[in-house]
Write a protein of this length. Structure first.
Length: 566
């Protein structure tokens, strides 16, 4: 609020005289205090009297926000700088309504800005300048201190691997706080079982987000000036070129956790953006790697079929899906199942995400022309039983993979496609002859990940039958559905989702499917044939999880498309 406006309100209501107002203004200028603080300091009025005057002027409830116990989650909706500039502070939230304390609730521009920033309806209350200033210092200071404490505590828990123990002082003389901040973020991500960390520079802020159970959550917003130092620190730890800021780079980082006595790997990538380099770190926690195939999310009959086919002495199995759909976990669990003393397994990966004992894993390296195709050629001279190709990306890799599978080897690989039937279309578009596909390919598995309902806060929900029918549920099966949804708690970060499980679409290459492929059948025709043979689609697999109360309607919609049988 402008000093003159507060002075006008107080003099108009007869609480102070004009000469007292001038004296308070001079006192404020001399001591760099706000008018309200000056009036209280001079003893003209108490802060509570100013609050009652503001209530009367604006006809909204008045509060002493310094006495409130404001939730830190609410405070993160607004930056401290914004609150100090406009003398506002959020104090509570109910649904989509945010209660905000103003010194001047009549400022419609600020209210519009608040609606835009917080995406909430704004319910104004009035408070004095002293009360709001005290609350800003108290609550935002507590957040800052807690972040410092977390970073200090977490940084002490990390011992870098010898290969990455490089002094950051070589980059920036003032980087000790940066080291602690980065270590703190890494430890927070590990403790919260995040899958990725994003360090993102923008024009007016630097944002850090972590992905937990598929959802990105903002966790810190350090000063924008610290962005280059944070990026440089991560690049040094990941053995990247810190002088190269114009091209994307890949790196890898390994740290040791002092208290837990275990190691954690990070896959790191940088990319230049308009306002600086963005860094994304993928957490590779071997303790989270699920190698027990019975716990991946397969239905019992699908799991039995999958195990039967991967144990075949020759042929090919393809695991398909977009990035982040759990293909690596599925393929590693299959290799773990096949990893016996009398079996020679070789893998070509880019990158090697997890080290598996007893399996010969080869890291691709473009700098020396070690790619999937050259690695595959070498494997064929290494007396292999099982070959895993990290990803079929081009015709050359595909041809060698199919030829290896047709000459007495079991080949397991991944491919990026939407579902199992479209994998055939993708292979033919790449240039693989249909006869080679039908004589070699044994099984296609398409998969996605769906969020698991939080066990701590889950509650049963009722939805109209029409909602389930629109999802593709048969009317006669509706009574079998027991629906739950998490209402949100500390355990699940108020998302209602804790953990994820996979849904699968299994497509074995049967004689009928082979005939259709040779006749150049479309993906739709193949999909319909699979359904007629009783094989589950991604949507059907998701609905089975929904029926058991393991996931939610929103997760089903986000992970699969409705089946249209024609």
């Amino acid at each position: 609020m402008l000093p003159n406006k507060l002075g006008e309100i107080l003099t108009k209501q007869g609480l102070i005289r004009p000469d007292q107002l001038q004296q308070a203004l001079l006192h404020g200028q001399k001591n760099k205090n706000k008018l309200g603080s000056a009036i209280v300091a001079l003893g003209f009025l108490k802060d509570s009297q100013i609050l009652r005057a503001l209530e009367k002027q604006f006809a909204v409830p008045g509060v002493d926000v310094a006495q409130f116990d404001v939730d830190q989650n609410i405070l993160t909706l607004l930056q401290k700088d914004f609150c100090e500039k406009h003398m506002v502070i959020p104090i509570s939230k109910a649904g989509t309504t945010l209660v905000v304390a103003f010194t001047d609730p009549s400022n419609l521009q600020v209210r519009d800005d608040l609606r835009f920033i917080t995406k909430c309806k704004i319910q104004p209350v009035v408070a004095t300048e002293i009360s709001i200033s005290t609350a800003i210092d108290k609550f935002y200071g507590a957040i800052r201190q807690s972040q410092i404490d977390i970073n200090k505590e977490n940084s002490d828990e990390i011992i870098e691997a010898a290969a990455t123990s490089i002094e950051v002082g070589d980059v920036n003389a003032g980087d000790a706080p940066i080291v602690k901040f980065v270590n703190g973020i890494l430890m927070e991500a590990i403790k919260r079982r995040a899958s990725d960390i994003h360090f993102e520079p923008y024009e007016k802020k630097f944002r850090v987000r972590i992905r937990i159970d598929g959802n990105l959550i903002e966790t810190a917003s350090p000063p924008i000036a610290s962005g280059p130092a944070i990026c440089a620190r991560i690049k040094i730890m990941s053995k990247m070129d810190i002088a190269e800021r114009r091209r994307p780079q890949d790196g890898r980082l390994k740290i040791q956790l002092k208290n837990e006595g275990r190691e954690m790997d990070f896959r790191v990538n940088t990319v230049p953006t308009l306002w600086g380099e963005k860094v994304v770190m993928r957490l590779l926690d071997k303790t989270n790697l699920q190698l027990d195939m019975t716990k991946l999310g397969f239905e019992a009959d699908d799991l039995e079929l999958f195990k039967e086919i991967i144990r075949s002495p020759q042929g090919m199995v393809l695991i398909t899906g977009p990035t982040g759909s759990g293909k690596t976990t599925t393929i590693y669990s299959a290799l773990f199942e096949l990893n016996k003393a009398d079996v020679n397994i070789s893998t070509a990966e880019d990158p090697v995400e997890f080290n598996l004992e007893g399996i010969n894993q080869v890291q691709m390296n473009a700098d020396i022309d070690l790619n999937f195709s050259t690695a595959l050629r070498a494997f064929l001279r290494q007396d292999p039983d099982i070959i895993m190709v990290g990803e079929i990306r081009d015709l050359e890799t595909a041809e060698i993979s199919f030829k290896a599978a047709s000459t007495g080897h079991m080949v397991v690989s991944t491919l990026h496609t939407n579902d199992a039937p479209t994998t055939i279309t993708r292979l033919t578009e790449m240039g693989i002859a249909p006869y080679l596909i039908t004589s070699t390919l044994n099984l296609i598995v398409a998969q996605r990940l769906v969020g698991r309902v939080c066990d701590v806060c889950k509650e049963s929900v009722k939805v109209p039958d029409a909602t389930l029918i629109n999802l593709g549920v048969i009317a006669s099966e509706i009574p079998q559905y027991t629906l739950f949804k998490g209402k949100g708690c500390m355990t699940c970060n108020n998302t209602g989702i804790k953990g994820r499980l996979a849904i699968f679409e299994i497509m074995p290459i049967t004689e009928k499917i082979r005939e259709m492929i040779l006749k150049n059948a479309s993906a739709l025709e193949l999909r319909n044939a699979c359904r007629q043979m009783g094989f589950k689609t991604l949507r059907r697999s998701a609905l089975l999880k929904l029926a058991r109360g393991q996931t939610t309607i929103e997760e089903v919609i986000n992970s699969s498309v409705r089946d249209n049988l024609e």
